[in-house]
Design a protein around this ligand. Sequence first.
Ligand SMILES: [Zn+2]
Length: 373
Amino acid sequence: MYFSDLTSQDASKKQLLNLFSQNRVPHALLLSGPEGCGHLQLALSFAALLSCNNPQEYDACKKCSSCLKYEKFQHPDIHFSFPIHLLKSENSEISDHRRDIFVKTLIETKCLGKKSWYSAMGNENKQGVIGVQESHSILKKINLKSFLGGAKILIMWLPELMNLQAANKLLKLIEEPPEKTYFILVSDTPDKIINTIFSRMQHIIIPKMPLQHISVFLQQNFNLSTESSDTLANFSNGNLNKAIISHLNATSSELNISLFIKWMRLCYSRNIADTIDWVNELSKMGREQVKDFISYSLEMSRHCILGNFSIFNEQITQKEEKFLEKFQPFINHKNISEINALMNEAYSHIERNANPKILMLDVSLQFYKLLRK
Ligand SMILES: [Zn+2]
């Protein structure tokens, strides 16, 4: 992500570029604005510029060794801090323990929202925290010498979720950082940042993103047509993340419904050879897709039950509706509780690293019986 990739927020970009060209970049900078305004993308682009070996007038050079490392999220002097679910049992106490999934989400979606981040960590409803262990980790990293000899940068996403103990540990560091060290904080709700931290920041407020810019971002980054991107933008309420996630969900539901239709036909016809092929295909898509598909199948089963009572959900696509019309009688009060139990169990087995091929074949065989109940 570079400034040139964000086709919006020109005034804020200009503010940042001016700070840079006039050599006035503060050590502690806060970019705040409503979710999906592009503040995280601006922070990333600014970090690329600050660490670039050959900065250009409006952007990082995108060619030097620093830029190349930055693009792959492998820059040793650009650190990330963000709220996580604190779970001692899963060795999740500092952001770096969740760095892989953070980076993966960021690469795939080119954005990050609080809800989708919590869901990526496995629990959409559990609030994340930046805790005191994370402050210790930041102190350690920032006090090291710069690996590449340039700037050291910490991008902290959602500093409003830092607890008091963690904030207190960081105060002195933010006040008197080592040379060429930059803290870039990115917040959706700056009024919730602990005051002692907030007061040490130079604050730039980023406005909501215009719908037209959201549409252009989708066209350029996800190859969407003007028509589809305009529709997504119109429903986004100026939240770029929302538009991106709607697009990605639609893509994934398109894949899931095709998989689901095929699977149910195989289970009904009890075609074991083709079921094995189908299971192999699904497993190749990776563990996350298998989990996503199981959740999707649960959701479809629920739609069948509602459909049996003539309750129709407006959120389903035409393709789903067409299939469910004929299929819904096969999932009913006689088998729904067993199907629910089977799928929930399968989900937790996949989470605990069960082999998806063996597991999904077993689930299919049980479905053979359940569909004939
Ligand atoms: Zn560069």
